[in-house]
Design a protein around this ligand. Structure first.
Ligand code: NAD
Ligand code: DAU
Length: 356
């Protein structure tokens, strides 16, 4: 069996669902259920004894020690994090606590557990750390995409906290011999993403005929990957990755934010037509402080060494995503609770808007 952290969040829940759809290996899911963790994401697994959701904090060493001793997992897949850049700007402390202290605590628990293993249990154990392309900082238009050897240059409290955790993971390999793997992935989109992030926020606002708040000129570039493809890459790295190595994961889909928003409006005009085109809702608002201009991922290493490449194109993935949100409006309404509304007020109230 494996231990997953943060498996009630967006990518973690997709990973858990995909894992159990393609394997009978059981999974323990340790999640603090912050605002971003949602047990409803896993409701289809009710009664399935291959999955156990444990309410807990990765910072709680005793709890993690106890889980490892009781369940004897062959691997830890570490998703748990505070993940939203704008929230990290408003309140960085939680990011340092979970992403840095939490990863440290988990590494220490994993180290003690690994040292107590023997034989093939010890050789085969893996600690897979899920990181982000944001640790590499920002690119100019002519720069080559981030490779595994691009130096770290994080620009937000979120990316700095993830970079710090990546350094700890690396050090636990070199110093203690913990068999770690790290992945750096680009922007994910797809089912179950909390509607504070660009794609689900734009879909939810467009359906409610609310403004679509594009930061600054909207020409910032991200590389977009369908979440199911990220999950298949993680499974591949876990199965075949070489301890101590890092792997970049991306979709070869560099798009300007404004073009992503237009794509979503086109899809909504087709799949949920209103009286007027959704494009009219696009509003340019005050930019994000320290906003990285461009991310791009060179994903040739994982393709060359592990034979992974994405199954979805940007067009097929976005269409599936819009269809999922249209079919799951109850899920969206449920997560748009009081706490969500307070966040929307906090983040968007002081941003001055102008129509496109
Ligand atoms: P998310 O915010 O949707 O989910 C995070 C999950 O972690 C939630 O279920 C939350 O309850 C849990 N969690 C938070 N603090 C915890 C703690 N102290 N102990 C236990 N559980 C805790 O995040 P996501 O978008 O699914 O991202 C998952 C991971 O992937 C993160 O490490 C993130 O840095 C990384 N990542 C995300 C993207 C993306 O586009 N979303 C891209 C690359 C990498
Ligand atoms: O690159 C990987 C990262 O992608 C992950 O590590 C993060 O966890 C994940 O949140 C994501 O970070 P971004 O900051 O790129 O994602 P977000 O969806 O918040 O924003 C995407 C782009 O859209 C970014 O350039 C900011 C812009 N944006 C975002 C929001 C929420 C807007 O223009 N308007 C908005 O309202």
């Amino acid at each position: 069996m494996i231990l997953v952290t943060g498996g009630a969040g967006f990518i973690g829940a997709n990973f858990v669902l995909d894992w159990l759809a393609s394997s009978d290996e059981a999974l323990i899911n340790l999640d603090k259920l912050t605002y971003a963790g949602n047990p409803d994401n896993l409701s289809s697994l009710e009664g399935d004894d291959r999955h156990q959701l444990i309410l807990g904090d990765i910072c709680d060493r005793e709890q993690v020690n106890e889980l490892l001793a009781r369940h004897q997992p062959r691997a830890i897949v570490h998703f748990a994090a505070e993940s939203h850049v704008d929230r990290s700007i408003h309140g960085p402390a939680d990011f340092i606590r979970t992403n840095v202290d939490g990863t440290f605590s988990l590494l220490e628990a994993a180290r003690a557990y690994h040292e107590g293993l023997s034989g093939t249990d010890k050789t085969n154990f893996r600690f897979l750390h899920i990181s982000t392309d944001e640790v590499f900082g920002t690119l100019s238009p002519a720069d080559p995409p981030f490779s595994e050897t691009t130096p770290f240059a994080p620009n937000s409290p979120y990316s700095a906290s993830k970079a710090a955790s990546d350094h700890l993971v690396r050090a636990w390999y070199h110093t203690y011999g913990l068999p770690v793997l790290t992945t750096h992935c680009s922007n994910n989109y797809g089912p179950l993403q909390f509607p504070e992030k660009l794609v689900p926020l734009m879909i939810a606002n467009a359906l409610a005929a609310k403004p679509l708040p594009v930061y600054g000129d909207g020409r910032q570039i991200r590389d977009w990957l369908y979440v199911g493809d990220h999950c298949s890459a993680i499974r591949r790295v876990l199965a075949e990755g070489k301890p101590g190595e890092t792997y970049n994961i991306g979709g070869w889909n560099e798009k300007a934010n404004i073009d992503v928003v237009h794509t979503l409006c086109d899809l909504l005009d087709e799949l949920a037509p209103g009286k007027q085109a959704h494009h009219r809702l696009i509003t340019h608002v005050t930019d994000r402080p320290g906003h990285d201009r461009r991310y791009a991922i060179d994903a040739r290493k994982i393709e060359r060494e592990l034979g992974w490449h994405p199954a979805e194109t940007f067009e097929t993935g976005m269409r599936k995503t819009v269809q999922w949100y249209l079919a799951n409006q109850t899920w969206v309404r449920k997560v748009q609770s009081g706490d969500y509304l307070q966040w929307i007020d906090k983040n968007y109230q002081q941003r001055h808007g102008s129509e496109a």
